[in-house]
Design a protein. Structure first.
Length: 120
C-alpha cells in the first residue's frame, strides 16, 4: 500500500453515491519533457472523512487529495490484481486547509519519550 497526501490537480468526472461511499472517476496528468501530457484515469472510493464532502462534488471539479491510500491487492483464486484508490480527505483546488488538516493520520512523534514508544 502507498499512503497519499497533497496530490494536486485531480479532475473529477463521474460520481455515484453508493450510500456508505461515493464512487468516482478521476484523472491526473503529467507534462512530459517533450511538452506532451500523459494522463491517467482512476476509479476511486471517497470514504470516511471525505464521504459527505464528496456528495457535494460536481463533474469537472478539481481537487487536491490530502489523505488517501493506493493498494494493489492480488486475488489468488481469480489470478487478478485490483488497484484501489481510497480517498479519506480532500480539498477543492484553491481551498486552504484548516490547521488540523496538517496531521495526515500519522503518529505524533513529538510525544515519544523513548524507543519503547515507537510504534514499529
Amino acid at each position: 500500500m502507498i499512503w497519499l497526501n497533497d496530490v494536486k490537480h485531480v479532475k473529477v468526472f463521474k460520481l455515484e453515491d453508493k450510500g456508505n461511499y461515493v464512487k468516482g472517476t478521476l484523472s491526473t496528468g503529467e507534462k512530459k519533457q517533450d511538452g506532451t501530457w500523459e494522463n491517467s484515469g482512476w476509479f476511486a472510493a471517497f470514504i470516511g472523512g471525505a464521504l459527505e464532502q464528496a456528495k457535494t462534488l460536481q463533474e469537472g471539479d478539481k481537487i487536491t487529495i490530502t489523505k488517501g491510500k493506493l493498494t494493489n491487492v492480488y486475488n489468488k483464486d481469480k489470478k487478478i490484481s485490483y488497484l484501489n484508490l481510497a480517498i479519506f480527505g480532500f480539498l477543492l483546488e484553491g481551498e486552504k486547509p484548516a490547521e488540523e488538516d496538517f496531521s495526515f493520520g500519522i503518529a505524533d512523534f513529538t510525544t515519544i519519550e523513548d524507543d519503547d514508544d515507537v510504534p514499529f
